[in-house]
Design a protein. Structure first.
Lengths: 113, 114
């Protein structure tokens, strides 16, 4: 059974700290791994990773994929209170010939001032 | 604004009632899907469609029906609502193979079944 596991499930840090969120997966026919940020409403897209070892960066956020060890990390440096959200990891794969997106449970990140 | 539109945003149903959650996209996306999000469980796939006239079951399809008569619309029907269906429902779409282009999510429908 395909699955995506995120850790930690919850994290509380102080503004200015650096955080690392983890995502491991077991899927057949992996195509890509996606990170989303979810505040009050719909998940908003952060990164899509398809190749191992290539860091994707957007401002203070960065992410990298390891297809050999089947995991990805999302780093946030110099955290701000606006980074407080649930961060979702999802893997896009082909399951029984059909395209599917499998999500992890999410990591709830709280940044205290 | 282009994107995925879900209606209604909130709904309260009594047990046994039926209703349809609407999802429409104007990006000519081939792939559309419905998820439910429950606390501590992430998003789980209910049903999906790879194009007009084609639908298939996801991880948690029981109690839900879908149809895809047009490329733009992908309604989710609850046949006889149960308290276990209290959740937040998200519709998502992607152009062709989502792994190349990513997925766009609607703003969600919060459903409470009493």
């Amino acid at each position: 059974e395909d699955k995506v596991v995120q850790s930690p499930l919850s994290l509380v840090v102080h503004e200015g700290d650096t955080v690392t969120l983890n995502c491991s997966y077991e899927v057949t026919n992996f195509r890509s791994l996606l990170w989303y940020k979810q505040e009050k409403k719909a998940p908003t897209f952060l990164f899509m990773l398809t190749s191992s070892g290539i860091e994707k960066k957007s401002g203070r956020l960065s992410s990298i994929l390891d297809k050999k060890e089947l995991f990805s990390i999302l780093n946030i440096t110099a955290t701000q209170t606006g980074d407080s959200a649930v961060y979702l990891c999802a893997v896009d794969s082909i399951i029984q010939g059909a395209q599917k997106l499998v999500f992890g449970q999410g990591t709830r990140l709280t940044i205290n001032p | 604004n282009a994107g995925v539109t879900q209606t209604p945003k909130f709904q309260v149903l009594k047990t046994g009632q039926s209703m349809t959650l609407q999802c429409a996209q104007d990006m000519n996306h081939e792939y559309m899907s419905w998820y439910r999000q429950d606390p501590g469980m992430g998003l789980r796939l209910i049903h999906y469609s790879v194009g007009a006239g084609i639908t298939d079951q996801g991880e948690v399809p029981n109690g839900y029906n879908v149809s895809r008569s047009t490329t733009e619309d992908f309604p989710l029907r609850l046949l006889s609502a149960a308290p276990s269906q209290t959740s937040v429902y998200f519709c998502a779409s992607s152009y062709g193979q989502g792994f190349r282009y990513g997925y766009t999510f609607g703003s969600g429908t919060r459903l409470t079944v009493v």
